[in-house]
Design a protein. Structure first.
Length: 232
């Protein structure tokens, strides 16, 4: 059973979370898993079809900007318990309070890619609270006025977006007041010219889909279109 994430723990756990995520994604992408059939059949999908059809027009355009294409694949196959690796809002809601490796995430690959690394990866987890709305002076970070906290931070070789939104959920370890959504994009996979706004547009759309599934869309504070950052 995974502990809930407090605002003081979020920053310290970021590196570990991405490392675990990459390991899980590589396992799923290569069709080699110790807890499922890991099926290798890949269906080519458009930007409108990935992440359980949650991307609206702005999110679709943003994904095309990030990937430079409109042909994508997602994780295939099922876990041992029969649940698919591929993302769905209903399964992500069901697994929100599960162990990190058992949560349902949206991993998107370019269909014409020649390696096992994803173009982007979106994860969700319960949180006790949102962090303070202050940027990290030592990093290139943009803050967006949506949800309880939203930022896109650039690091060497990658960028990642983080979005907290209000959404009370109940799990085995108790109640959480927020959900943290995170998106990881390796720069080596991205198309030149894509922007931080593209990252947040994709993350916001998928988060909106999950908020609707969880029944907290009204309080989540996630607009249909992402506003401009407040500090850039």
């Amino acid at each position: 059973m995974a502990p809930r994430t407090s605002k003081n723990e979020a920053s310290a756990r970021t590196s570990l979370r991405w490392a675990a995520c990459w390991a899980a994604l590589i396992v799923g992408a290569t069709g080699c898993s110790d807890d499922g059939d890991g099926g290798t059949k890949q269906t080519v999908r458009s930007s409108a079809q990935v992440c359980d059809n949650t991307l609206k027009s702005s999110g679709q355009a943003a994904l095309k900007s990030i990937g430079g294409t409109d042909r994508y694949t997602e994780l295939a196959g099922n876990r041992q318990n029969g649940e698919p690796y591929r993302f769905s809002a209903s399964l992500a809601a069901k697994r929100l309070h599960s162990e990190f490796s058992k949560r349902n995430k949206c991993a998107v690959y370019r269909a014409d890619g020649e390696n096992d690394f994803p173009l982007l990866d979106i994860n969700f987890e319960p949180s006790l609270a949102a962090p303070k709305k202050v940027s990290d002076p030592g990093a290139k970070e943009l803050l967006y006025p949506l949800g309880a906290f939203a930022s896109v931070k650039s690091k060497p070789g990658s960028t990642y977006a983080t979005l907290y939104f209000a959404c009370p959920t109940q799990g085995p370890d108790g109640e959480s007041s927020h959900v943290m959504a995170s998106l990881f994009v390796p720069k080596a996979q991205t198309h030149p010219g894509s922007t931080p706004d593209d990252r947040m547009a994709v993350l916001n759309d998928v988060a909106r889909g999950l908020a609707e599934e969880l029944g907290c869309a009204d309080e989540a504070g996630l607009p249909a279109r992402v506003p401009s950052p407040t500090n850039g």
